[in-house]
Design a binder for this molecule. Structure first.
Ligand SMILES: Nc1ncnc2c1ncn2[C@@H]1O[C@H](COP(=O)(O)OP(=O)(O)OP(=O)(O)O)[C@@H](O)[C@H]1O
Ligand SMILES: O=C(O)c1ccc[n+]([C@@H]2O[C@H](COP(=O)([O-])O)[C@@H](O)[C@H]2O)c1
Length: 218
């Protein structure tokens, strides 16, 4: 199987996660796309909502997207949620499958600060979705590598069809409809009663849950 993974803190989940994930699933003709909440984000402060609350919000959101499923494997580890560790575990458990780690351009530009980042190219393909305001610049240490590895979805799929596809190491640039949302902006909106942004950016059931649990109010 060909499996996409969108890892995140999802504090809270929003349409900037869900819509690009669904588009990636479609454009790359993946068998599955997993939303994977981390336990301890390596490069961020600990989430404001608990792991259980973030997982519940993901479950409520994913109910609207039958092509997305949730994989909570990172919640079982109590150390920092390094992606390289997760992918090593997954490759061991599913040796026949091909993994696609999905991220926004904001994650791509800081990839060289990730744990054993170069090893990721031996474990999975990277799929990069456009995110407002972020672009890989020529002075980024990843730039040369990106130039060699980047492909469109059509090129990647053509390679697979022609038997020239690799198991890992491509950087696939996917054009998705821009989603101008972030969890940071949402947490701020909830704390300041800006419900318009929340209604636009978050499925109703998730918003109801946030209110019932009194999340992000300060
Ligand atoms: N609006 C968006 N468009 C495209 N990709 C996004 C968007 N929001 C988040 N992502 C991507 O989803 C993944 C998980 O993101 P994360 O859960 O950290 O959300 P976030 O909105 O960036 O959070 P925060 O504002 O707290 O930093 C990352 O790879 C990130 O680049
Ligand atoms: O492995 C790392 O060093 C690493 C560093 C930063 C982020 N990540 C992963 O990238 C995904 C998005 O992270 P974040 O911080 O934007 O929520 C999530 O799955 C993180 O665990 C991973």
């Amino acid at each position: 199987m060909r499996i996409g993974i969108l890892g995140g803190t999802f504090d809270p989940v929003h349409y900037g996660h869900l819509r690009p994930a669904a588009e990636v699933w479609q454009q790359l003709q993946l068998d599955q796309l997993w939303l994977m909440p981390n336990n301890i984000p390596p490069h961020k402060q600990q989430a404001s909502a608990s792991a259980e609350q973030r997982l519940t919000m993901l479950q409520l959101a994913a109910a609207h997207f039958p092509q997305l499923t949730i994989n909570a494997v990172e919640l079982e580890r109590t150390t920092l949620s390094y992606s390289v560790t997760t992918l090593q575990q997954l490759r061991q458990k599913h040796p026949q499958d091909m993994f696609y780690f999905v991220m926004g351009t904001d994650s791509l530009v800081s990839l060289t600060s990730w744990q054993s980042w170069h090893e990721l190219f031996n474990l999975c393909h990277l799929v990069v979705c456009y995110r407002d305001g972020w672009q890989l610049q020529a002075d980024n240490p990843l730039y040369g590598e990106w130039q060699q590895r980047q492909l469109s979805p059509a090129q990647h799929l053509a390679n697979i069809r022609q038997g020239r596809g690799k198991n890992s190491g491509d950087i696939i640039m996917v054009d998705v409809a821009p989603q101008p949302y972030s969890s940071t902006a949402l947490r701020k909106a909830i704390a300041t009663d800006d419900w318009q942004l929340c209604k636009e950016a978050v499925p109703t059931e998730v918003l109801d849950y946030i209110l019932a649990q009194q999340l992000y109010r300060n």
